[in-house]
Design a protein around this ligand. Structure first.
Ligand code: SF4
Ligand code: SF4
Length: 758
């Protein structure tokens, strides 16, 4: 615990003008926590070089082991306020969340100074309950396992080898190259970005197989990945069992064509001359673009990028699905490629995500038609032509080809002509009229389904199972946060790249491969130093369990979003620190409160809440509301709102939490029993549009809220006094209205907490 603190109160950035800084210094010196505050000072501008030098001198001369800096948000000037590994720093946010956001119309005098006093007390209390963590620093394996020998996997293996790593490359098929090996060409990857190019996969294979640092295993099955990041033991069966000591894993297992029965309204499966882009590519690669019905070269080919043909009268959209899909078996028949079945909506979502690819594939394959015969015509009929960035040049090149007709079109029907050709009926075209186009061949998009679902891709020996949880919620893709953390999966140490992560071009897959390798290396290095790799990069803390009080209820084990906890032989949680992301979800889950972090724990946050002054008389002193604000999005959103001059009720007190998943019900119970009138849990969105940095934290919190509500009900306190709101970082302008809503709809409506004054 920090035992000798320095407390510094800043007078800059409006603080000195709005607050009585001298009175705050006096207050701190006389407070019940004054005994551990060896130095209490004010400074005109705390972030000035002189002030920082003064703090450094105090640390040295007075032997301070912690400093409480009452100034701006911890998100500001963090690089200035660093005083070495032995000195803990607590930032009390008097600027953004006190002075700048103070509602100037507040009627009760002295409210602002009262708020500042609360926050100073809370900051001192927090630091007094905080220890510097001593991390475990295991010797880590340095080698990288690359799963998948396609374009992405080959690039990943080469990148890792170039960075001096030993690599084990495991490929299920007999040959390297994956889907790229089956392509005739790919989209432009170099100047002038107007022509399709060779994929370069043959050269990649040659480079990989001749690289001494890369061990290539083909016709290989991954048997298991056991252990934790930095410490994996990987068993592979490649004509015999082989065991490798691995640091981290790059997952480059690519994609499989999705179930195509949803293409039925476009004639797929009914008319022989309706094929998918995957089938067309195979014909092109074989040098034989022909009509399946008669083996003749087509004189005209229509490419349709939007397959949302619906029943008559219905308005189609790119997300609609018109045909029911029968689920396919989990395993493909012997000798046939793996095909993954999704229910109808999921199939359609895949198309929505791959729209850029759908457009580019149509342009590329229209080019094949033109190259195969100068007289042949290609029609590209699209709902949305998506060619972001430099690919606009590729689109323009197609426009300049007189043999390629491009038009926006809503397809209303595909029927067969007597000669086996197809008649495509379309409306909303650029021609301004409904049209019918005759083509010898119709080509429809192929759904890209990541190779993760229904397949033992990772075979992790984890208590929570061998693969990735919640794949259906994420359309089968394995990223743990699309927006903020590309490459990261819901298993620390496993980094996804290429089409297993999201549909992408080969050019993007090459970049992805490098990104995922860097993440893998960062992970190994972080595991070795005992720090979190992401998203709390560099965090030294990890959950510590007081097993004597553990009832083996397994809530922590089951709720950990990252499968960090296994069971030991007695059924007690078995932590794997290098798998852990330090979210605190286990701490929030544990009913016995036996899980804590040295610098973030149940007692610490509970004690902070107890430092909030709650007036006995709500009319004279106003209500009090505790806002448990997630540090990832909610807390910065509050800062940003304050920065932009927004203000809110002066009766709220913010308590930052690592994730709403870490909120332990006891904090809410303690707050309510202390007389606090309401509690807001302000965190990330969950569900399909989740942006929770720890995937499930805010969702788990909302489930626990139901239990909290029941407990409050038993105490005779209205359940509505505890509410959870969702906010993302860019929704800062909504924060004042959310708080206002709570104050009017809950606090004004229900009045004072019945526990007030006890
Ligand atoms: S819930 Fe979070 S803090 Fe707890 S073990 Fe899992 S990853 Fe680590
Ligand atoms: S939630 Fe707490 S009591 Fe239950 S198994 Fe985990 S540590 Fe033990």
């Amino acid at each position: 615990m920090a035992e000798k603190l320095g407390v510094y109160i800043c007078g800059g950035c409006d603080l000195g003008k709005s607050l009585d800084v001298d009175a705050l210094v006096d207050f701190t010196k006389k407070s019940k926590l004054a005994g551990i505050c060896a130095v209490v000072k004010k400074n005109a501008v705390l972030c000035s070089p002189d002030a920082v030098a003064e703090i450094e001198a105090d640390i040295k001369e007075s032997g301070l082991d912690g400093v409480v800096l009452c100034a701006c948000s911890p998100r500001a000037k963090w690089d200035i306020f660093r005083f070495g590994a032995a000195t803990q720093v607590e930032r009390v946010n008097l600027r953004e969340q006190c002075v700048w956001s103070f509602d100037k119309d507040a009627k009760i005098p002295g409210l602002l100074d009262l708020m500042a006093k609360d926050y100073i007390k809370m900051g001192i209390m927090k630091l007094s309950k905080s220890r510097i963590p001593t991390p475990e620093t295991p010797e880590t394996n340095q080698a990288i396992l690359v799963l998948g020998g396609g374009f992405t996997g080959l690039n990943a293996a080469l990148e890792a080898a170039r960075m001096g790593r030993d690599v084990v490359l495991v490929e299920k098929a007999a040959e390297l190259g994956g889907k790229a090996a089956g392509m005739l060409k790919t989209f432009p990857m170099s100047h002038p970005y107007t022509k399709a190019e060779d994929t370069g996969v043959a050269g990649l294979i040659a480079e990989v197989t001749s690289n001494a640092k890369i061990k290539v295993l083909t016709s290989a099955e991954l048997t298991s990945i056991e252990g934790a990041p930095g410490l994996y033991t990987v068993t592979v069966n490649a004509g015999g069992e082989q065991v490798f000591e691995i640091g981290a894993v790059d997952l480059a297992t690519g994609w499989a064509p999705g179930d195509a029965s949803y293409l039925a309204p476009m004639g797929y499966g009914k008319y022989k001359n309706v094929v998918t882009t995957a089938e067309f590519e195979a014909m092109a690669k074989a040098g034989k673009i022909v009509r399946p019905s008669d083996g003749k070269a087509p004189a005209s080919v229509a490419f349709i990028t939007d397959v949302s043909l619906c029943t008559k009268g219905a308005e189609p959209s790119s997300l609609d699905v018109c045909a029911p899909v029968e689920p396919l078996p989990d395993k493909a028949p012997e000798g046939e490629p793996e095909v993954v079945a999704y229910p109808p909506l999921e199939s359609a979502k895949h198309l929505a995500y791959s729209s850029e690819l759908t457009s580019l594939v149509a342009l590329k394959q229209a080019g094949y038609v033109r190259e195969s015969c100068s007289e042949a015509l290609a029609f590209v009929l699209y709902d949305h032509m998506m060619v972001p960035g430099i690919n606009e040049r590729y689109y323009k090149a197609a426009q300049d080809d007189a043999g390629i007709m491009l038009s926006k079109a809503t397809i209303t029907g595909v029927t067969e002509d007597v000669d086996g050709g197809l008649i495509i009926a379309a409306k909303d075209t650029l021609l301004g009229a409904d049209v019918e186009i005759k083509a010898d061949l119709v080509v429809l998009p192929t759904a890209i389904v990541p190779v993760t679902a229904h397949q033992a891709t990772t075979n992790l020996v984890y208590r929570q199972g061998p693969g990735f949880p919640d794949l259906e919620l994420f359309d089968g893709f394995v990223d743990s946060n699309y927006i903020c953390f590309p490459y990261e999966t819901r298993r620390t140490g496993v980094y996804a790249a290429g089409c297993v992560r999201q549909p992408m071009t080969l050019a993007n897959a090459k970049e992805d491969a490098a990104g995922a390798v860097l993440k893998a290396i960062q992970c190994i290095s972080s595991a070795n130093r005992g720090v979190a790799v992401h998203p709390r990069s560099g965090d030294l803390s990890y959950p510590v369990f007081n097993f004597q009080r553990c009832t083996q209820c397994k809530r922590c084990t089951e709720e950990c979003p990252f499968g960090a906890l296994d069971d030991d032989e007695k059924g007690t949680p078995k932590p794997n620190p290098t798998r852990c992301r330090r979210c605190g979800t286990c701490m929030g889950a544990c009913p016995e409160r036996v899980i804590s972090f040295d610098n973030y724990n149940v007692d610490q946050i509970g004690s902070m809440i107890k430092e909030v002054t709650v007036p006995d008389d709500m009319v004279a002193g106003g209500p009090r509301v505790i806002v448990l604000a997630c540090e990832n999005d909610a807390y910065p959103a509050l800062d940003m709102a304050a920065f932009r001059g927004k203000s809110w009720s002066p009766f709220v007190r913010f308590v930052p939490v690592r994730c709403l998943g870490s909120v332990n019900a006891i904090w809410v119970a303690d707050a309510v029993s202390k007389g606090v009138d309401g509690v807001i849990m302000l965190g990330c969105k969950y569900g399909a549009d989740y942006q929770c940095h720890f995937v499930k934290g805010s969702e788990l919190c909302s489930r626990r809220k139901t239990n909290i509500a029941e407990s409050l009900g038993r105490l005779g306190v209205e359940a509505e006094r505890v509410e959870q709101y969702e906010v993302s970082i860019d929704e800062y302008d909504k924060v004042p209205a959310l708080i206002e809503r709570f104050m009017t709809e809950v606090i004004t409506k229900f009045g004072p907490n019945p526990f007030k004054g006890y």
